[in-house]
Write a protein that binds this ligand. Sequence first.
Ligand SMILES: Cc1ncc(COP(=O)(O)O)c(C=O)c1O
Length: 388
Amino acid sequence: MVKTIPAARPVTKPVAVPANPRFSSGPCAKPPTWTSDALADAPLGRSHRAAIGKEKLRAAIEGTREILGIPADYRIGIVPASDTGAFEMAMWSLLGERPVQMVAWESFGAGWVTDVVKQLKIDASTHVADYGRIVDMAALDYDQDACFTWNGTTSGVRVPSGDVIPADREGLTLCDATSAAFAQDLPWDKLDVTTFSWQKVMGGEAAHGMLVLSPRAVERLESYTPAWPLPKIFRMTKGGKLIEGIFEGATINTPSMLCVEDYLFALNWAREVGGLEGLRARADANARAIWDFCDSRDWIANLAEDPATRSNTSVCLKFTDERITDGAAFAKAVAKRLEAEGVALDIGAYRDAPAGLRIWCGATVETADIEALLPWIDWAYEAEISNA
Ligand SMILES: Cc1ncc(COP(=O)(O)O)c(C=O)c1O
């Protein structure tokens, strides 16, 4: 894409402000129709094992299946400790049966690499790419296991398609999809373990993880016992059989029924905006507005190098103006200026990522708010570049 004119200078301070300046990449903005009334029916002070609690947990599981189009023979569990809990639980329970390929292109993926190499110490090869790039997923051996993140939240780089993953693989694919689920197409037949949380695209509350298992993942759980001990909150089998209750709402330990109620509200909102297709379209429109903004300026660009890998949720941007001598200080100053104006909260790049901005574009964000934010980025950039 050829860059055209930079924004006119000097830029006057915009007047319109985003109605909701919450562009954090997690916890993310609540659904636009959310108020605390959404929680009114939460069965507070009741046992999660009472009929009403079990019914709400079951509805959360089946609502997830419905919106995401998860096949009927896949298990879906609500597990402790958010996405991290779900992914750790999967790695510690399933890996070690065969060699594993640890694949990473940003800091969360890198965290899983460390876990497997330094903590589990199993037979693993590592496949990493720098921020902005992606590992060649076609070059992996899918007869081994593979662990990867679908959408790298801290680099804004996502897997463009699951087509390269063979249907007849012998190994398992373990996918951290926490910033992809509900905004991107996840090819369920190519994913044996998928994890995510409620506080990303759905704008839910933190602390609960979702764990989706294919029949082959269940087969592995029932036929393989890791050499290391597993704490109770990781254990999914008893006497070599899957504990089916976990996947029907009989959670391993106590969930927050307030958070469950909140998630049920978000699932309902998802239905109202057209299900997965509607959610994806909202994220696409948000990201597109930012991509177009970058394309018409010569001082800001998407961190993702290949347009096919650009995230439609965690859009990561870098400043490319050669006059900038200290990239980190510049990006911080821009983010701080925007926050001080109350037009964008929490949009600095992740602490381990290259300096820049990260603007959440998931479905709960309104495109009108992204559009209202963009002139402010022009303004903040111009104000700071004159100090650079
Ligand atoms: C790709 C990825 N993996 C894991 C995590 C950790 O998620 P949680 O805090 O839900 O455990 C995050 C959080 O942003 C993430 O983006």
